[in-house]
Design a protein around this ligand. Structure first.
Ligand SMILES: [Fe+2]
Length: 440
């Protein structure tokens, strides 16, 4: 990972690292100050940590990598390392640990950050793989941003009135907290195929079935509603046996956070209940739901390699781009990233972010389930630590690509591999479909 860039002079590397760390910390501060401290220590779902665990874990990882490993300094709080080791304590058990209280966790993370900024000033950013081109600083900024996405998932699972608001697309203002009298702290702030053909296609044109337009964008709520209206959740033909078992066992008949009110489907999004917007990409579906939809539509999920080819291949030069639109860093015109809007943009948005073949919204909006298991590439070696991904390799995890509206640009690129269990629905997951192209 070279989140701080390569080939730049030391001062610009430092500035980029500082910016990335600051943006991440501003986001963390927002997510942990929008609710009362009691909500930071509560567990909103057994799938998630209390928010206060994420907060101190962010500080602890920063201490371990930048203060200890990079700067070679003595541990500040060695006695808390094990509390914040994600592999020692499953999320469901974390509320019972003797965690730092919210005020202590904030003070600890801030103390580490102050020291780390001095380290950034004084450390040569070359000569060791851990620091070359600012690697470890970018890694830690990315780590914090990944926890910021995790914390946003916790916010989505949290019950109660809205604590976060954001402008809809085309207004690029920051996310902010509604006014609160006792704020505890400062607020800083498709269509994929093996060969992708142009234009619009139709699928699912059997008698009695709605004709579904498949354009070059993720599957929308409107299309997903057609699957539901056609009995998609009650027809075993479309489901893998494990997926069928899951929906029967848990009574699943719609994406997570949806409920039916008379003739209308509503969804809850960060404390606000609203009609399901048909034009938005579907969100909060499991891999099994995505797979079943694709089969019903006469299509399939793309493989990881197909997804990456659609996202990076430049048919004119034959080379791979960093992003669908080229090598430029993601800007607000390219993709819905960085928790700016707290929702996916309508399908077909972001024309400036389209690939050369016109595929849209590959980056941002929703994480996209692929057909592929999470396996190492040939020649893979872990760096700098195995627990980042190696321990998750295997057929039990499926790969997601592209990044959601909750992902920061520092943690997002055309090559980034995310993974999760195929039953997971609380993540910001959607999908697009593919078919082995008979070109039409
Ligand atoms: Fe972590």
């Amino acid at each position: 990972m070279t989140a701080t860039g390569t080939g730049a002079d030391p001062e610009s590397l430092r500035r980029r690292a500082l910016d990335a760390l600051t943006v991440a910390r501003d986001r963390t501060a927002l997510l942990t100050s929008c609710v009362e401290d009691g909500e930071l220590t509560a567990q909103h779902s057994p799938l998630m940590s209390p928010l206060v665990w994420d907060l101190a874990h962010i500080g602890n990882q920063e201490e371990q990598w930048l203060w200890r490993a990079v700067a070679g300094r003595e541990a500040l709080r060695p006695e808390i390392d094990s509390l914040y080791d994600a592999f020692q304590h499953p999320r469901a058990s974390r509320p019972s640990l003797p965690l730092l209280a919210p005020g202590e966790a904030r003070a600890y993370a801030a103390d580490v950050r102050t020291r780390v900024l001095d380290v950034l000033e004084s450390t040569p950013l070359e000569g060791r793989p851990l620091v070359d081109a600012g690697f470890a600083f970018g890694m830690i900024a990315q780590h914090e941003q990944q926890h910021d996405e995790t914390m946003l998932i916790t916010h989505q699972l949290r019950k109660g009135p809205a604590a976060l608001t954001a402008p809809r697309r085309r207004s690029c203002g920051p996310v902010h907290c509604p006014p609160k009298s006792s704020s505890p702290g400062p607020v800083h702030h498709g269509d994929l195929g093996r060969a992708v053909g142009p234009g619009q296609r139709t699928a699912g044109a059997r008698p009695g079935r709605p004709r579904l337009p498949h354009r070059h964008h993720p599957v929308t709520n409107g299309s997903y509603l057609a699957f539901m209206a056609d009995g998609g959740y009650t027809d075993r033909r479309w489901w893998r046996p494990e997926g069928w078992a899951q929906i029967r066992e848990h009574g699943i008949g719609a994406p997570l956070f949806w409920r039916r009110d008379g003739g209308q489907w509503l969804r809850r999004r960060f404390g606000v209940t609203e009609p399901v917007p048909e034009e938005e990409p579907v969100l909060h579906v499991s891999w099994y739901e995505a797979d079943a939809y694709a089969r019903w539509a006469g299509r399939r999920l793309p493989t990881e390699a197909e997804w990456e080819k659609a996202a990076r291949h430049d048919p004119v030069s034959g080379r791979s781009r960093r992003y669908p639109w080229g090598d430029a860093d993601p800007g607000p015109e390219h993709a819905n990233l960085g928790q700016r809007h707290l929702r996916p943009a309508p399908a077909g948005s972001y024309p400036a972010g389209a690939s050369p073949l016109g595929v849209r919204q590959l980056i941002g909006d929703v994480w996209e389930w692929t057909a592929s298991d999470f396996l190492p590439y040939p020649g893979f070696t872990p760096f700098p630590y195995k627990e980042y991904s190696e321990v998750f390799f295997g057929p039990e995890h499926k790969v997601l690509r592209g990044g959601s509206f909750a992902v920061d640009p520092v943690a997002c690129r055309g090559t980034f591999r995310n993974w999760d269990l195929p039953v997971r629905r609380q993540i910001f997951s959607g999908f697009r479909t593919a078919r082995t192209a008979e070109l039409d």
